[in-house]
Design a protein around this ligand. Structure first.
Ligand code: SF4
Length: 379
């Protein structure tokens, strides 16, 4: 492949790797490794852009890029995992729309992705169907649903990856949503900055920047994914005024260590992407080998909080059929009388007098005033 072709996102998509033979142009595979991939291939689809395959360590079977993208026989040994852990099927008022919260919806505009991630929440409900942008008619019905429901102020375009549609099709959807008076914010969920950074073109950015406020959340899971190409893609989006957030998934053997997560979060900040969520890997079919105990995630967040800037610390959450539930460690240790007893990032204990609600006529009680002065003089 020549360098010019590699920079073309359509070429990358057309030449995705889907066979072991093609994979061997990028990495060395032992016979047992080939068997592991082959055994799971019939069950869960896999496809990898040449760009992303080029990030794999050719000789290390435990490479974090390989683990995210290569089918593995372990996917077949999961008695606990369920196909739809968020019960998304039950939250669809119309086809393509998922609504859990009253004021926002996820709008699945296609089922294609540049790389089929082994941990994908929709690996059972989306993979395996023929790759497709959804029909204009279905998409139009989704837009009409948003238009008719005045409470919806925030629309997340998802899928699949919405940025695998053509610029024209993306603009058609974004422009119509933007014109709906009660839609205040449009968000795009796309992993292309990580798995297909060539997709972020000048033309795409020029088009998107007409529809602010528009946000983009992407997914980097390991610092190895941050490359000159992904950095360039994120810079282009940021220059177009699009705030960027990152939603990592915590996965065993990939990023379940303090060192890896700290490096990832710092690198993300450097390329202008705010670490936003760290997701607990759900009890999802075919992911037993990737799931980590919740204690591990909390330990990682504890080792980030205070040890790196607050902007670089993601919220650790579990997504459930009832919405996202924070799992972050608790820094409120207890109550002593009216005081809250708190723990600092490095384990020091702080007692915070709980402010009473004052009416205009009230004066501040003496002990509270004294505590306040004391803290001001030491702070
Ligand atoms: S990019 Fe997102 S939607 Fe697509 S396979 Fe990966 S996790 Fe799933």
């Amino acid at each position: 492949m020549d360098k010019k072709q590699q920079k073309d996102w359509k070429w990358q998509l057309k030449n995705r790797i889907t066979t072991i033979g093609q994979l061997e142009d990028f990495i060395n595979l032992s016979p047992p490794e080939k068997e592991r991939i082959g055994a799971a291939s019939g069950r869960f689809e896999w496809a990898i852009t040449p760009y992303y395959a080029g990030l794999m360590d050719p000789d290390n079977p435990d490479c974090p890029i390989r683990k995210q993208a290569l089918a593995d026989v372990e996917e077949l040994h999961d008695n606990l995992g369920v196909p739809d852990p968020l019960d998304e099927g039950k939250h669809q008022p119309v086809e393509l729309i998922i609504q859990v919260y009253p004021d926002r919806v996820a709008f699945c505009v296609g089922n294609r992705c540049a790389v089929y991630c082994r941990h994908c929440l929709r690996k059972e409900t989306m993979f395996g169907e023929e790759d497709a942008d959804f029909s204009q008619e279905k998409i139009q019905r989704g837009i009409e649903y948003v238009r008719e429901n005045n409470d919806i102020r925030d629309v997340l375009l998802t899928g699949g990856d919405p940025l695998l549609m053509s610029d024209e099709r993306i603009e058609n959807v974004v422009c119509q949503l933007h014109e709906i008076p009660h839609v205040e914010v449009i968000r795009i969920g796309s992993r292309t900055p990580c798995t297909l950074p060539q997709r972020i073109t000048d033309e795409l950015c020029e088009m998107l920047k007409k529809y602010h406020p528009l946000y983009l959340n992407t997914q980097f899971n390991h610092p190895r994914e941050i490359t000159p190409e992904s950095e360039r893609a994120c810079a282009m989006l940021a220059e177009a005024g699009i705030p960027l957030g990152n939603q990592s998934v915590l996965m065993a053997g990939i990023n379940d260590s303090v060192e890896v997560m700290k490096k990832l979060c710092r690198e993300l900040m450097r390329i202008r992407v705010r670490p936003y969520y760290l997701y607990q890997c759900q009890i999802l079919s075919g992911t037993r080998h990737l799931r980590t105990p919740i204690e591990r995630g909390r330990e990682i967040i504890e080792q980030l909080q205070g040890y790196t800037s607050g902007l670089a610390v993601p919220k650790y959450v579990l997504d459930t059929p009832y919405g996202k539930i924070p799992l972050s460690p608790n820094y409120v240790v207890g109550r002593e009388g009216d005081d809250f007893v708190l723990k600092s990032w490095d384990g020091k204990v702080w007692r915070e007098p709980n402010p009473v609600e004052l009416s205009h006529e009230d004066t501040v009680e003496e002990p509270q005033l004294k505590a306040c002065r004391q803290r001001c003089s030491t702070g």
